[in-house]
Design a protein around this ligand. Structure first.
Ligand code: ATP
Length: 380
C-alpha cells in the first residue's frame, strides 16, 4: 500500500493542455474519486499515474518513490477499466493468475492467491469458465479480482462499473466498498455516477477543463461548493442558481424581495473581509447595489404547509418566502420533481415534493427554506 502524490502535474498534447497544475495527495489506504464533465482530464490523470501517459511537467510519487521516469510495469499499480480487458481464450482462473505469473510467482502462491480472491469475490464456481461464458457483472468481478490478486500498492479505476445495468451496478458498488474496507488499498476512482462518488469517496476531486475546482469530503463538496461549476455539477437535480441584486440589506430576486440572511450580508457588506471560502470571494466595497448569484439545493426548498399563495396578490417575500408557479411535475416514485418559475426570473427552479403532495402545473407555491442553505457566488 502507498500514498499517491501529484505535484503540479501538467500534460500537454500538441496544443491541448489536457491537465494543468494538478496537485493532490491521496494518503495511504484512502479511496478518492475524481469527477468532472467529459474531457476535463480525469482519464489523463489516471493514465499518468499508471505510467500510460508521461507528464509534461510536475512530480509524481507512489509511496516514497518519484515515479515519473519509471515504466508502467514497475509502478506496481493495478488499473481497472470499464471494458474489462480480460483474455478471452483464458479461463477465469488463468485470467486471475496472469499478473502473478508475469511477475514470476511460484505455483503454490498463485494457487492460494486465486483461491482467496475468488472466494472474496464469489468467483469460485466460475474459475473454469471463459470470459465469453460470463455475464457483464461476473466479467467485471474477474477484472477486479485480477487487479486484487497482484496485491498492488494502489488501484486506479476508470469507470469500472459503467457497463453494468442499474441493479448490478448497485450491488457491485457495495461489494467494492466492502472490499476496500477489507483490503485498505489506496484507490483513485473515476466516475460519472454521482451515487458512486458520494458513497465510495473519502475525498472527491472535482475537475473542469483540466484544472482542480475543489477537493473535499462528499458532504462538503455538496453543501459548500467552491464555485458555480461545482455547485451545478454535483447533485442531481443540480443546485438552483438565481441571479439576485443586493440593495440595503435585501435581496431582489426577479420581482420578489427577501431579507438578506446575516451570513451573506456580512460577506456582502463588509469591505474588510477579503475572501470568504466557499462564499463570495471578491473584495467588497461599500457599493450600494451589487449582483450576487444565490445557490440553493432543490431539497432545501419546502412547500409551505399553508401552501398556495392566494392568486393575484403580489408576493413581497418579506417573510423570507418565495412564491413560484409550477410549470412541470415529474413523479419519480420516492419523490416528485417540480419545476417552477419565479416571477421575473427567466430560469426555472427545481424542487422536490413528497409524492403524497398533490402539485399541479399552474399552482402557485409558497416556498420556505432555511436561509443558512443559501450559498452566494460572485457572478464575476
Ligand atoms: P471522459 O469523461 O469523456 O472520459 P476525461 O475527463 O477522462 O473525459 P481525458 O480523456 O483525460 O478526459 O481528456 C482530457 C483532454 O485531453 C481532452 O480535451 C482530450 O481531447 C485531450 N486528450 C486526451 N488524450 C489525448 C491525446 N492522446 N491526444 C490529444 N489530446 C488528448
Amino acid at each position: 500500500m502507498a500514498r499517491i502524490a501529484l505535484n503540479q502535474i501538467t500534460r500537454i498534447f500538441n496544443a491541448t493542455t489536457a491537465i494543468a497544475d494538478i496537485t493532490f495527495e491521496v494518503p495511504d489506504g484512502q479511496f478518492w474519486v475524481m469527477v468532472g464533465p467529459s474531457g476535463c482530464g480525469k482519464s489523463t490523470i489516471l493514465r499518468t499515474i499508471a505510467g500510460l501517459e508521461m507528464a509534461t511537467s510536475g512530480d509524481l510519487y507512489i509511496g516514497d518513490r518519484r515515479v515519473n521516469d519509471l515504466p508502467a510495469r514497475q509502478r506496481d499499480v493495478a488499473m481497472v477499466f470499464q471494458n474489462y480487458a480480460l483474455y478471452p481464450h483464458m479461463t477465469v482462473a488463468e485470467n486471475l493468475a496472469f499478473g502473478l505469473r508475469m511477475r514470476g510467482a511460484d505455483v503454490r502462491t498463485i494457487q492460494s492467491r486465486i483461491e482467496a480472491v475468488a472466494q472474496s469475490l464469489g468467483l469460485t464456481p466460475l474459475l473454469d469458465r471463459k470470459p465469453g461464458q460470463l455475464s457483464g457483472g461476473q466479467q467485471q468481478r474477474v477484472a477486479l479480482g485480477r487487479a486484487i490478486a497482484r496485491k498492488p500498492q494502489a488501484f486506479l479505476m476508470d469507470e469500472p462499473l459503467s457497463n453494468l445495468d442499474a441493479q448490478l451496478r448497485d450491488d457491485t458498488r457495495a461489494e467494492l466498498k466492502q472490499l476496500h474496507q477489507q483490503l485498505g488499498i489506496t484507490t483513485i476512482y473515476v466516475t460519472h455516477d454521482q451515487t458512486e462518488a458520494m458513497t465510495l469517496a473519502d475525498q472527491i476531486v472535482v475537475l473542469n477543463q483540466g484544472r482542480i475546482q475543489q477537493i473535499g469530503p462528499p458532504q462538503e463538496i455538496y453543501q459548500q461548493p467552491a464555485n458555480q461549476m461545482v455547485a451545478t455539477f454535483v447533485g442531481n437535480p443540480p443546485m438552483n442558481l438565481l441571479n439576485a441584486v443586493y440593495l440595503e440589506n435585501r435581496l431582489h430576486i426577479g420581482e420578489q424581495v427577501l431579507p438578506c440572511p446575516a451570513e451573506l450580508q456580512s460577506v456582502l457588506g463588509d469591505s474588510r473581509r477579503e475572501s470568504a471560502p466557499h462564499r463570495l470571494r471578491e473584495r467588497v466595497a461599500n457599493r450600494p447595489e451589487r449582483s450576487i448569484n444565490l445557490g440553493i439545493r432543490p431539497e432545501q426548498l419546502q412547500i409551505a404547509p399553508d401552501g398556495i399563495a392566494p392568486d393575484g396578490i403580489a408576493p413581497d417575500g418579506e417573510d423570507g418566502r418565495l412564491v413560484a408557479q409550477v410549470t412541470l411535475v415529474e413523479p419519480l416514485g420516492r419523490e416528485t420533481l417540480v419545476r417552477a418559475k419565479l416571477p421575473g426570473v427567466a430560469r426555472p427552479i427545481n424542487l422536490l415534493a413528497a409524492p403524497e403532495r398533490a402539485v399541479q402545473v399552474g399552482d402557485r407555491l409558497s416556498l420556505r427554506f432555511d436561509e443558512r442553505a443559501l450559498v452566494g457566488f460572485d457572478p464575476e
